[in-house]
Design a protein around this ligand. Sequence first.
Ligand code: HEC
Length: 267
Amino acid sequence: MGNVIKKLLIGLVVGGVLVGLSRWLEFPFVFQMMFFGQAMFGAAVFMLLDAPSVRTMSGAKSVIAVVVFYIMLCTVIISGASMWPQFDPEDEKGKIAKILEPKRKATEQGKAEELIARAKALDEQVKALEARLKALGGDYQVTKELPVVVPPVTTSKAPAGDFMRLGEEQWQLQECYNCHKLKGEGGKKRGPELDNIGSYLTVDEIRQKIIDPKSFMAEGFEKDWEKGKMPDKFKEVMEDSDITALASWLNTFKNTSVNTPKPIKKK
Ligand code: HEC
């Protein structure tokens, strides 16, 4: 009996030290209790070592005893473990949802705000442009149904070459070359060659074609136009200024020796 008390005391001291240490290291409370439990479990094991040994068994009886002991052990461990809340997957799912929900809401709101800000900036640009045109004395009116060509703003600050390079970059980035041959490169015969597109379409019209692929139809590509082969996603994935740069760059292609089909206005 004295031995049991001694081991219990040692267990309590070890447990106390562990709790103190884990608290100092800022472990969560559950962990502190777990460390304490572990120390007590160790003490119990050492106490059990003092217990009088079971009398010797043999034959079928011993096999049954071992199996029963094993089943008991498993039951205790599994039921004990499943009592901890963190082993419940539903509990985990709830926790994860709680963490992710505000983040998801924040990003959605962020996106909407960004779009609104971009639309506002664009509107400002249009207004500035109108004012500038009026100041020039022309009676030019910005028509509402056409997407306004924002003149390459960059040209006033940066050399025109940069702007054209931006356009070429967009050609690569948006993978227009997947369907269109240009300078003899790209295109898997899905769309027309564009080397002479500048002879047919203005910058604004090319912009329109990119923003709304249904606006123009390449002659001889009726079926592809009907089926909407050219993706209708660029207005969403591209910045307005990028579309202008790409359209301006394409407009410089006026190679009449290449058979670019004539675009037919549809809208
Ligand atoms: C998945 C294939 C595909 C991709 C990608 C694609 N297009 Fe097209 N495009 C077509 C097809 C097919 C046509 C012909 C039918 C039509 O006019 O809609 C076409 C037509 C055009 C025309 C009119 C050509 C003419 O001669 O009338 C222009 C300009 C054009 N695309 C520009 C672009 C630009 C710029 C990009 C990249 C931002 C692009 N396309 C990406 C398939 C594609």
